[in-house]
Design a binder for this molecule. Structure first.
Ligand SMILES: NC(=O)c1ccc[n+]([C@@H]2O[C@H](COP(=O)([O-])OP(=O)(O)OC[C@H]3O[C@@H](n4cnc5c(N)ncnc54)[C@H](OP(=O)(O)O)[C@@H]3O)[C@@H](O)[C@H]2O)c1
Length: 315
């Protein structure tokens, strides 16, 4: 089956994004075909477009970028029992070259979750990659517990905006960093204290932090070690492998992680969305066209989008 898509035929700048048609692999027994209503942009999209991830993901062209989808099931594989044509779903599909900037996307059935009824397809498409990253960083890797103090870097970003809400839901005391213009939003999302990273030295303000979620890397990561609780503190980075010497000196655990797509965990997030305990913050929506994706990448590459950038196939 062929799908219309925004694709790349080579690595490079935003100008390599182009509209085209791609033949999708045959639908597997445990896969479904989703008609895309909305997708979203994550930094991995333009990092991959530039070729920065070629060593890890060495794919042939054309590549359809995008790894978030919200839409309606169009067809189901022969062994699919839990899902039916017409179901409204969302997912973080497996990381393949047949991504989600496309009219149709193939998703393994165990990675799907039901789209919460009261939210839009755009709000749903914002969630899977960023929301699951936040969830796994805080709970699977970070072991965050009620009553602990967590520092979430870049609370206003895609991952950060879900992490702040999830940590608050879990009963943690939530510190987060953001520029001043985003402080009001972050207090509304549930942060207990928002720190202007442009003017405040973390070490002068924070001590005995149980968990740091690092979404920035570099100096930000390094400067997070002294504020961790000696002996039991944890630092989880979604960006770069932490310095084990620094971890040893402070007697803390520090590691990097790479998101694992997970339908069961996405269903937990769907529940929280349904109950209005968490929500998607949408920076801007663009159409699923060459120029729409171009502008969306431009905004994401600027590093200061507020929440998630979504792509709608219906505008
Ligand atoms: N390992 C994985 O599996 C995984 C999964 C998802 C994402 N990631 C990576 O995690 C990083 C974050 O992803 P994302 O989707 O959250 O990015 P994003 O949405 O593009 O982040 C943008 C946000 O970062 C904030 N920001 C920029 N510089 C900052 C700084 N120095 N300190 C604090 N906040 C700062 C901005 O807020 P202000 O305007 O207030 O500065 C903006 O709201 C990316 O590099 C991405 O590739 C990794």
């Amino acid at each position: 089956m062929k799908t219309k898509a925004v694709i790349i035929n080579e690595y490079g700048g935003k100008e390599v994004l182009t509209e085209g048609e791609v033949t999708l692999p045959e639908l597997g027994a445990h896969q479904v075909m989703v008609r895309t209503k909305a997708t979203s942009v994550n930094p991995i999209d333009w990092k991959l477009r530039e070729g920065y991830l070629q060593q890890k993901l060495d794919w042939e062209f054309p590549i359809i970028l995008g790894w978030d989808v919200a839409g309606v099931i169009e067809a189901v594989g022969s062994e699919v029992s839990n899902w039916q044509v017409g179901d409204e779903v969302f997912a973080r599909p497996e990381t393949t070259r047949f991504g989600t900037y496309a009219q149709f996307t193939i998703v393994d059935d165990h990675l799907l979750a039901k789209k919460p009824v009261h939210i839009t397809f755009e709000e749903a498409a914002a969630v899977p990659l960023a929301g699951l990253t936040a969830y796994q960083a805080l709970f699977d890797h970070g072991q965050l517990k009620k009553g602990e103090q967590v520092l979430i870097h870049a609370g206003a970003g895609g991952v950060g905006s879900y992490a702040v809400q999830l940590a608050k839901q879990a009963g943690a005391f939530v510190y987060t960093t953001a520029s001043l213009k985003n402080h009001e939003l972050l207090y509304k999302l549930g942060a207990d204290q928002v720190i202007d990273y442009r003017t405040i030295n973390l070490q002068e303000l924070l001590t005995d932090i149980d968990l740091v979620l690092d979404t920035i890397g570099g100096d930000t990561q390094e400067e997070s070690f002294p504020i961790l609780k000696e002996g039991s503190g944890r630092l989880i980075s979604v960006l770069q492998e932490p310095d084990q010497e620094l971890a040893k000196t402070k007697q803390v655990t520090a590691k990097s992680m790479w998101l694992e797509p997970n339908g069961e965990q996405l269903a937990i997030l769907a529940d929280l969305l349904e109950q209005k305990k968490i929500r998607s913050v949408i920076a801007q929506s663009f159409p699923l066209t060459e120029s729409g994706i171009y502008q969306a990448h431009e905004l994401s590459e600027g590093h200061h989008a507020v929440g998630k950038i979504v792509i709608s196939s219906e505008t």
